[in-house]
Design a protein around this ligand. Structure first.
Ligand SMILES: Nc1nc2c(ncn2[C@@H]2O[C@H](COP(=O)(O)OP(=O)(O)OP(=O)(O)O)[C@@H](O)[C@H]2O)c(=O)[nH]1
Length: 401
């Protein structure tokens, strides 16, 4: 650190002998400015940035104390941070982080803020601009208060440097502080802009994430809508073709058998004709609900179209498939509706196709459209044989799909 006696006042004529001192001062001034320019404007805490800036100044100059009074929303200037040489030297005595504040124009700090011009007091004890602390032991001998502005010339606060000796500061100090406060103003401005940008980015990112989530939910909704039958709430034919691949894959890989049931309500047209389409809808909804109760979550149940439903009982033998089909037929038969003072009951015909390991060897039945056709053939036989029946596809000789 440069001692007071080594400092040159630029007012004085040089006699050449002090050139070396001047160079030392210049190097120290540049060091203060350079270390200030190295402070990152990405630091979250503005107070920490200012404190670091004050430390740079103190480390490279022969001043004893620095403080910064920031302009608040209420128009007053309050002390946000301060650094002293004793503190820098590792002393336990920290500069008082008091809550001192000034109004615009009040005291030497308020005067610097109100006039927008640097204020220098070479003898604080006799200076009229000192409004408080005149008797205090901590009162400085001399002080320079420099207003600090944003790039748009808006006041940020006042930078103060002080020394216990009166008449300590020189024009050199003042010029350095002018440069230093300009860079500090830029640093604080940049940090604030950076923070605003970060906040904007965080807000935009959150908004974008919300939109992505919304889009994903909408997509899921429309996918599920496109896979769902609106009347009964069951999945539809599209879902069936989407899911059936899994049953096929498991069958091909592990030889798991599965049963495909093609089910059709008998004489449903007469229900519509006799009691109206709305009642027909009600019947379809009830039948769908009854079918839903008959399947496991792993089975595939869909409304295939009109009054036709399809179930795939996965990993199910033909015997069990037949038992399940009969149970469904019985269950539908037991349903009762009251309409126009009459009790209505229905029957259902079911065609069953069993996909067993041997089926895989026959190329004719290794395709979903083929096996639907087989189940449909069995259903046709159930209808032809009097309805309210379960018929099993008996193979290419017995049934010709
Ligand atoms: N209410 C209602 N009726 C429907 C719906 N979809 C199809 N249908 C009717 O279902 C009836 C099916 O009639 P058909 O194909 O002749 O068969 P069916 O009367 O059940 O006779 P079989 O199948 O031979 O026993 C038609 O009258 C269709 O209009 C629907 O969503 N709601």
């Amino acid at each position: 650190m440069v001692s007071g006696s080594m400092l040159l006042s630029l007012d004085k004529d040089w006699d050449g002998t002090n050139v070396q001192d001047l160079i030392v001062d210049l190097v120290n001034a540049l060091s203060a400015v350079r270390s200030l320019s190295e402070i990152s404007c990405e630091m979250a805490d503005e107070k920490a940035v200012i404190r670091l800036a004050l430390s740079c100044l103190l480390s490279n100059q022969d001043i004893e104390r620095c403080s910064f009074f920031i302009l608040g929303d209420d128009g007053s200037l309050s002390n946000v941070t301060g650094v002293s040489v004793t503190e820098q030297a590792g002393s336990d005595v920290l500069i008082a982080q008091n809550t001192m504040s000034f109004r615009m124009g009040e005291g030497i700090i308020g005067t610097a803020a109100a006039t927008g011009e640097m204020q220098h007091s070479s003898n604080c004890i006799e200076d009229e601009r000192f409004t408080s602390g005149r008797d205090s032991e901590s009162m400085p001998g001399s002080i320079i208060c420099t207003p600090v502005f944003t790039l748009h010339k808006e006041l940020i606060g006042v930078l103060n440097v002080s020394h216990s000796e009166p008449d300590f500061f020189t024009v050199w100090h003042m010029r350095l502080l002018q440069v230093f406060s300009n860079i500090l103003g830029q640093l604080i401005t940049n940090r604030r802009l950076f923070q605003q940008m970060e906040i904007q980015i965080a807000l935009r990112t959150a908004e974008l994430e919300r939109l992505v989530e919304e889009t994903r939910r909408l997509k899921d909704y429309y996918v599920s809508m496109s896979m769902q039958d609106q009347l009964t709430g069951l999945h539809n034919r599209r879902y069936f073709y989407d899911q059936v691949e899994l049953a096929f894959a498991q069958h091909n890989r592990y030889e798991y058998p599965f049963c495909l049931l093609m089910m059709d309500i008998d004489h449903f047209k007469s229900i519509n004709d006799d009691f109206g389409h709305a009642f027909g809808d009600e019947v379809l909804i009830t039948v769908a609900g009854a079918l839903k109760k008959q399947v496991r979550s792993t089975d595939i149940l869909v409304r295939f179209g009109g009054e036709e439903f399809v179930i795939i009982f996965v990993n199910t033998s033909c015997d069990n498939g037949k038992t399940f089909a009969e149970r469904i037929r019985d269950n539908i038969k037991s349903l009762k509706w009251q309409v126009d003072g009459k009790q209505i009951q229905l029957t259902m015909s079911i065609g069953l196709y069993c996909m067993v390991p041997e089926s895989s060897n026959d190329n004719r039945y290794n395709d979903i459209d083929q096996i639907i056709h087989c189940a449909d053939t069995a259903l046709y036989r159930a209808k032809a044989n009097g309805r309210d029946r379960v018929e099993v596809f008996a193979g290419p000789l017995a049934d010709k799909p």
